[in-house]
Design a protein around this ligand. Structure first.
Ligand code: XMP
Length: 513
């Protein structure tokens, strides 16, 4: 395996992703908590950092003992640190170097740069630059602005690179990483989702011992896969529950609960509809609705976990809270911090109040969504859950504009069910990143038979996206839209008009509230 020592760069996890794409297992550890480096370790990578090596409190590490035993690649800060510590000079760049650059000189005979073309585009992001390297450092790549874009310490397997090979803008970054990981370190390409499952279960067993874990499931991919992993590690000492807040899709509560049971999870359904509908009655403001739903969820969670605790055998206590956090959740919740940037308060990222004192266990927190799906497949998770569109924690609560009541939920569930079923039957469901139906707070005039109607409007939304951060509307065929609209208006009492949302994000958002 490869050990990545993290000095705090925003790109550290991307380095891991690139290494994993080569089917090589890697672990990220903080620079100040270096694990024991036994002979399963084939190489070490030092990440970048928001620090400058010139700062007094810059992160330090005993690099010499690592360098003596393992191939070592320093990226950005890592490269500057190794150069500076070995007697080189790192100074502030005269021009700040962010964004794309092209290599001017590449030593293709060098093992690290084999196959990286001259002129290759690389991604720079640094305020310091390596001005001088010690005599035994060989410069192996330069750009027109950065003389020391890459170096090798002669006669050793220590390398440094100023640019970021892990970002996709470095067009040949993966070639370089492969050269290091496979050729220089000699890693075998045998890390797969099977081996992730195996090693994660082992780690969970070690970390959890005989402890009990409580977990709220949402019916989504991440929490489900996380729960199945935990279940494989500790069996029925994982206590799951699934809350019906009354704002799920049609029949979703029963279907999801059944499939959880079929997967062998120790799960309880909690019907909390009345609580949510009671608290939401008459509330129209979107943020207030979100806060109420988030708050009520914590109350339900609190009660459910007390119930679980009280049913445990004498002397046992559930000390852990299982969560389906994945890497993009972490990026998003860090980058949008601060009240001015809060566009929508997500009810599942806020976390639970401190008084619950549960330690959090997040078996998927180093995985990207596609990796989670692959792991889920390995674990035989129900494909209906694995291939599901994302569904927001507040559910239909933020798809009913204005105030919420049970009748509106029923109408929306019926319409949405027709929409989603048609997407599935026509093969569009899997081509769309997320789709849903929105209940609008307007009524419009229509005519059915000889009768005048004055009924509700629903909007259909279908978007393509990679991560939910940006999205565009999907050009569904007119014939399909016509069929769906017809079916909804003919079958769902209370709706006489259907519209299709053709807004992208930005400037709109995916959800309407
Ligand atoms: P927006 O509407 O902000 O949505 O463009 C981006 C993605 O986030 C989902 N979303 C949520 N997911 N809890 C969630 O788990 C929430 O409170 C929440 N609000 C929005 C939305 O469905 C879309 O996929």
């Amino acid at each position: 395996k490869i050990i990545i020592l993290d000095f705090g760069s925003q790109y550290t996890q991307l380095i891991a992703r690139r290494v994993r794409e080569l089917s090589v297992y890697c672990e990220i550890h903080p620079f100040n908590k270096v694990p024991e480096l036994d002979d399963t370790v084939k190489g070490v990578i030092f990440s970048g950092s928001p620090y400058s090596v010139r700062q007094e409190d810059a992160p330090q590490i005993d690099y010499k003992s690592i360098q003596e035993k393992f191939p070592l690649l320093g990226v950005c800060y890592g490269a500057q640190y190794l150069a500076q510590q070995s007697g080189g000079e790192v100074l502030p760049s005269e021009i700040r170097e962010y964004g794309r650059a092209n290599l001017q000189f590449v030593d293709n005979d060098n093992a690290l740069l084999k196959g990286v073309p001259a002129q290759s585009q690389v991604w720079m992001s640094h305020g310091d630059t390596i001005k001088e390297v010690p005599a035994n450092f060989k410069i192996i790549a330069s750009t027109d602005k950065v003389r020391v874009a890459a170096y090798q310490v002669e006669g050793t397997n220590t390398y440094g690179i100023q640019f970021h090979p892990e970002v996709t803008h470095s067009t040949d970054g993966q070639v370089l990483i492969k050269n290091f990981v496979i050729d220089i370190c000699g890693c075998a390409q045998d890390w797969t989702s099977e081996s992730f499952v195996e090693s994660t279960i082992e780690d969970l067993k070690k970390d959890l011992g005989t402890d009990h874990v409580i977990m709220a499931l949402s019916g989504g991919v991440d929490s489900t896969v996380a729960a199945v992993l935990l279940q494989r590690a500790i069996g029925d000492r994982l206590h799951c529950f699934f809350v019906d807040h009354g704002l799920l899709r049609k029949d979703e509560f029963e279907q999801v609960l059944d499939s959880y049971k079929n997967m062998g999870l120790n799960i309880k359904g909690v019907n909390a509809k009345e609580l949510f509908f009671g608290k939401l009655a008459g509330v129209t403001e979107p943020e207030q609705k979100r806060k109420i739903i988030g708050g009520a969820f914590i109350d339900v969670f609190d009660q459910a976990s007390k119930d679980i605790q009280s049913e445990l055998p004498e002397g046992s206590e559930a000390k852990w809270l299982g969560q389906g956090t994945i890497y993009p959740d972490i990026i998003e919740s860090i980058s949008v911090k601060g009240p001015s940037a809060t566009i929508k308060s997500h009810h599942n990222v806020g976390g639970l109040p401190d008084y619950m004192k549960l330690k959090v266990i997040e078996p998927l927190k180093t995985l990207f969504k596609d990796e989670v799906r692959r792991v889920g497949k390995t674990l035989d998770v129900d494909p209906n859950i694995l291939n599901r569109h994302p569904f927001p924690g507040p559910g239909l609560g933020i798809r009913i504009l204005g105030d919420i009541n049970e009748e509106k939920v029923r109408i929306l569930q019926e319409a949405d069910d027709i929409y989603i079923r048609n997407l599935k039957e026509s093969g569009w469901y899997d081509k769309v990143w997320q789709a849903g139906t929105i209940f609008l707070p307007v009524q419009s005039v229509g005519v059915m038979g000889d009768e005048r109607t004055y009924e509700h409007v629903v909007a259909l939304r279908a978007v393509g996206s990679l991560d939910g951060m940006t999205a565009d509307w999907i050009h569904l065929p007119y014939e399909l839209l016509a069929k769906i609209s017809n079916e909804i208006i003919n079958h769902v009492k209370g709706i006489n008009r259907v519209v299709y949302d053709i807004s992208s994000k930005p400037p709109a958002t995916i959800e309407w509230e």
